[in-house]
Design a protein around this ligand. Structure first.
Ligand SMILES: N[C@@H](CCC(=O)N[C@@H](CS)C(=O)NCC(=O)O)C(=O)O
Length: 219
């Protein structure tokens, strides 16, 4: 493992917020490379060289460049095993841990986006998530069992689900469920979530001001 500091390519109040929270939860040394999305920096050539999709988050760690939230969570949580946020290989929780992290990117997001766009899902045999209700109820059922997605212990998967469920329910993209309301509250009350929430609000205000100043200067 390299001792290089981790760089997080980050825009406030976006999907990279969860990656920043995870870095805080892990006690990881990191620096931010802020991308001002209000000024369109995610589509500039400098950032497209990091992620050709123009999406945050991304991280650089030594020679490793990692994009895609789920890959970033897996990479970071394994990098700091002493934080205990990733069940180790051989731990019976490792399988469910991988399952529920990957479920986010391969089932939940595509399903939520199709629903938000009022698009019919592909036929169940073709759709990566089957149908929305089945995908969603399986998640609700998992979260109904325990305080955290894997059981009684908090893990990196809860950082992902705690942030994702917060914004998807705030935008009313998913049905309301008391169990989700409780889960979102419980996870988002953690100190790392509150700290990043404040820092992100400050950074978002800076980005807004910078984007407006640039617009004014350009006439
Ligand atoms: N598949 C990517 C999606 C990331 C993503 O959609 N990020 C949004 C921020 S919430 C973004 O960077 N949008 C900028 C744009 O498309 O202009 C992941 O899971 O990391």
């Amino acid at each position: 493992m390299t001792n290089d500091i981790i760089t997080l390519f980050h825009s406030p109040q976006t999907r990279s917020t969860g990656a920043r929270i995870l870095l805080e939860e892990l006690g990881a040394p990191y620096k931010l490379h802020a991308i001002n999305m209000k000024a369109g920096q995610q589509r500039g050539s400098e950032y497209l060289a990091v992620n050709p999709l123009g999406k945050v988050p991304a991280i650089r760690h030594g020679e490793a460049l990692v994009t895609e939230q789920v890959a970033i969570y897996l990479y970071l949580a394994d990098l700091f095993p002493e934080a205990g946020l990733a069940p180790a290989l051989g731990d019976p929780r490792r399988g469910p841990y991988l399952r529920w992290l990957v479920y986010y990117g391969s089932c939940y997001e595509p399903a939520v986006v199709d629903r938000a766009m009022k698009r019919d899902a592909a036929p169940p045999a073709v759709s990566p998530y089957g149908d929305f209700d089945t995908m969603f109820e399986a998640l609700v059922e998992q979260l109904s069992r325990n305080a955290f997605i894997l059981g009684p212990d908090f893990s990196a998967a809860d950082v992902l689900w705690g942030t994702a469920l917060k914004w998807t329910s705030a935008f009313k993209l998913i049905p309301e469920r008391p169990v989700l309301v409780d889960y979102i509250k419980r996870i988002n009350a953690r100190p790392a979530f509150e700290k990043v929430g404040k820092l992100d609000a400050e950074l978002a205000a800076e980005h807004q001001a910078a984007a407006e100043a640039a617009k004014t200067a350009a006439g």
